[in-house]
Design a protein around this ligand. Structure first.
Ligand code: LLP
Length: 477
């Protein structure tokens, strides 16, 4: 392992790496473009978690998700420390595992004392297998199946009811199983915020949560079902939000509902404000720190309750992106280039919309560096394209890069949230491996899919099996 020199002092990496190597605990990971341990080593290579990124790619293949454990743990701790600093009552941080649900990431979150928010049986199974305690797991979703609800209730998780069908099914399961259910009620808060339309959930025209106009009927229904123990209320505004005002507004709305619930004899012991804190994908992104976000949430909730003379319930928040997003980079290998004079140069990499569907889905903007040329000047403007059979498969419209050659390692930061979790096998590309790096060690946390994995679920009706047979033999229908 090559020893490192201070980050980004006199090389092009300084654009993306912090100018001074400040203590990582004091930097809010969501405000950085790179994981906290990113360094440039003596060979002018990018290093993360003490591992040279080019060596990681040689060892584990390309594309490769590289997750920095220190950044992940620092984000978890900053949420917890800020809550203990600013909220005078009880609290719980819950990792929204939709951002990246896999055993290792859920295990780190659980080890750091976070609960886990899940939205499907699959995420629930993952969280339980990773060792999260059921009391700290919350099942969400606007169309949960009976089986999913049953699994959550049988294992002792809290269920967040989103609609009438949820309530009816939960009441039925709990009656038949003679098992009380810990229940939260999710309402649509009717709060506007500036983020992509697809990831806004708080405005009234949303598929999530009860419409607030139904609050009386909902509270009345729950109060008449003794098996339903309503522990709290939930609202989530949206995702990748840089403003603090919507979270301040949410406090007033939640406290208004809490008072209403009390009129129906439902003591609200928990308030869940959802997640939503944005992260820095480009130089122009300027999200508030984890500390500032938590402070706003705590001060406004405690303030709204205090002015009504109400006791403090347990405060829950469920960040996803700001926990795992900044901790991961994706390393790709550069391949073909196509220069169209006067128009643009396409630089293609060996992944694309299958490992990062966010640019094509939300027009998300990313940056890139070249891991093996961190000292080279940024002389080129190129369009970084994926390898999929789709013109829209563009990862970065305009990337400022050094002159690159096939085989160079392009690194896109900020890919921990909603990348692997939304990855696909489009064009039958195997999903990449993911490694967790820390202190110069790297461990595989998700294996790279093989061609055989791609055929795992394929079945060939007997009449379609070629006379020459298939090697290796496939299971038949
Ligand atoms: N709680 C609830 C109820 C949510 O719906 C979400 C995100 C979160 C918490 C976590 O929000 P975060 O802290 O990650 O912003 N695929 C989209 C994002 C979808 C967000 C869905 N809900 C993207 O790639 O931008």
């Amino acid at each position: 392992m090559l020893s490192t020199r201070p980050v980004g002092v006199d090389n092009s990496g300084r654009k993306y790496l912090p100018a001074a190597a400040s203590a990582s605990e004091s930097r809010s990971p969501n405000q950085e473009l790179m994981p906290l341990t990113a360094r440039v080593n003596r060979a002018d290579h990018l290093e993360i978690g003490g591992c040279d990124v080019t060596v990681l790619v040689e060892r584990f293949g390309s594309p490769l998700y590289i997750v920095d454990e220190e950044t992940l743990r620092t984000a978890c701790r900053q949420y917890r420390e800020a809550l203990s600093r600013y909220y005078p009552g009880q609290w719980q941080v819950i990792y929204a595992s939709k951002a990246w649900s896999c055993l290792a990431i859920c295990a780190v979150a659980a080890q750091e004392g976070l609960g886990i928010d899940v939205v499907s049986g699959g995420e629930l199974h993952t969280a339980l297998t990773a060792g999260a305690s059921p009391e700290s797991i919350y099942l969400h979703g606007n169309n949960k199946s009976r089986e999913e609800l049953q699994l959550a209730i049988e294992t002792g998780c809290t269920v967040v009811a989103d609609n009438w069908l949820d309530l009816l099914t939960i009441a039925d399961i709990s009656k038949k199983a003679r098992q009380p259910v810990r229940l939260m009620l999710r309402f649509t808060p009717g709060i506007e915020c500036h983020t992509h339309e697809y990831i806004r959930t708080g405005h009234l025209d949303s598929k999530f949560g009860f419409d607030p106009d139904w609050a009386d009927e909902v509270f009345s229904f729950v109060s008449q079902h003794p098996a339903l123990s309503c522990t709290g209320l939930h609202a989530h505004i949206g995702s990748q939000i840089f403003e603090l005002q919507p979270h301040e507004d949410l406090a007033g709305v939640l406290v208004h509902w809490l008072k209403k619930a009390a009129q129906y004899g439902l003591p609200v012991r928990e308030l869940n404000v959802g997640g939503g804190l944005g992260i820095r994908y480009t130089e122009s992104d300027d999200p508030p720190s984890i500390d500032a976000w938590v402070k706003t949430v705590c001060v406004s909730i405690a303030g709204a309750l205090g002015s009504e003379g109400l006791p403090l319930p347990k405060l829950l928040c469920e960040p996803g992106r700001s926990i795992v997003g900044p901790a991961c980079v994706t390393a790709y290998t550069a391949g073909s280039q196509k220069a169209i004079p006067g128009i643009r140069t396409y630089l293609s990499v060996d992944g694309g919309m299958s490992d990062n569907p966010r640019p094509i889905t939300y027009q998300a903007v990313y940056r890139a560096v070249v891991a093996n040329r961190m000292g080279d000047p940024l002389t080129e403007k190129v369009t970084v394209a994926g390898k999929h059979c789709e013109s829209g498969d563009i990862l970065i419209q305009e990337a400022e890069l050094p002159k690159t050659e096939p085989g160079d390692i392009l690194v896109v930061p900020g890919t921990g949230a909603y990348n692997y979790s939304m990855a696909s096998n489009y064009n039958r590309l195997p999903r990449p491996a993911a490694v967790l790096v820390r202190d110069g060690e790297a461990n595989v946390i998700l294996q790279r899919e093989t061609y055989q994995d791609l055929l795992r679920l394929d079945r060939l009706p007997a009449r379609l099996i070629p006379e020459s047979g298939i090697t290796p033999p496939l299971p038949q229908e």
